[in-house]
Write a protein that binds this ligand. Sequence first.
Ligand code: CS2
Ligand code: MG
Length: 406
Amino acid sequence: MELSMKITGARVIVTCPDRNFVTLRIETDAGIYGLGDGTLNGREMAVVAYLEEHVIPCLIGRDPFSTEDIWQYLYRGAYWRRGPVTMSAIGAVDVALWDIKGKALKTPVYNLLGGASRQGCLVYCHANGSDTASAIDSVKKHIDLGYLAVRAQAGVPGLSSSYGVPKGNKSYEPAERGLPAESLWSTEKYLRFAPRMFEEVRKAVGEEVHLLHDVHHRLTPIEAARLGKELEPYDLFWMEDPVPAELQEGFALIRSHTTTPIATGEVFNSLHDAHELIRNQWIDYLRMTIVHGGGITPLKKAADFAAVYHVKTGFHGATDLSPVTMAAALHLGLAINNFGIQEHMPHTDLTDRVFPHAYRFHAGYMYPGDEPGLGVDIDEALAGTLPYQRAYLPVARKLDGTLTDW
Ligand code: CS2
Ligand code: MG
């Protein structure tokens, strides 16, 4: 079967159905096109410029089947490697090429990654509340929706806003129009509150449901060690991003004090960001995403490396990752053996209309669908009516004004 194809064009589509998304569309001389997500929350236009000015000119005429060579060309060829902008741009190209491959071979992408290793991908959703009682209601609501795993976040008493808790009854979307919002943080208030919150949540929802929590990079290793220990009685599926992860050996200290499973990696752009964490088994779940990690090609390698050290995947799946990334994550997640869990923060109806897709949720699991390629598309006419709106993620300050991690 003659499969030689050439990339004939590529363009970037920026749209804002409730939040900004950057999508790369690569076209071929066979009339087959592929989509890739290049969305970097709060820095979207940097990736657009990187793609339009520097990457797209280098793609024309290349064979879209050469995913590995094109990946190496864009990574090594840039000379200036890694980093969120570069890797999101490379990720968009890589995913679009895997989409083209699947379409050209008339098979779902998971078949090109080893085939299905399970019926579906276990997912977790977000439950949150301004206080413990409303967080418990939200957890129960999601259990009723069929979720088997729920992330619980609640407002910390004495703090006007807390990570993961929406203002008013809007669905949680951290990036806001205008300049970055500033929120106040107190580790002391949080450390007193969080174990008590999980004591009540676990008592209210029973032992079956998996409970997860996102610390969102806000503690020091010894504070995280204390929290992990105090959460042990409530049998969490994981404690996520307990500390900023630049200092990988910081996790050794946490690990030496607690058996609460640890997840990290959503801000990672390369396996090198996680190498020591995995090699020393300081974490249990790798949260790298296909878009910010440089695509399916490097994420498959990261998952394979993690498997050697009993580390599973827990791919990031927040709403600032487009349905194109959700589709790609489900295809890779279905194929790899060391799949752990996939984050599922549902997009809005408008976003789902802009990005029609084959993946679906059923009884706690998600399924990528069996369409050729990734099974996701973009309605460019609708996308064109929803122009980009600059938005920023918040910043956080301690009560004494010190800038800290949001
Ligand atoms: C969060 C994200 O879902 C998560 O685990 O850490 O929602 C994160 O805050 C956003 O993706 C930032 O853009
Ligand atoms: Mg997180």
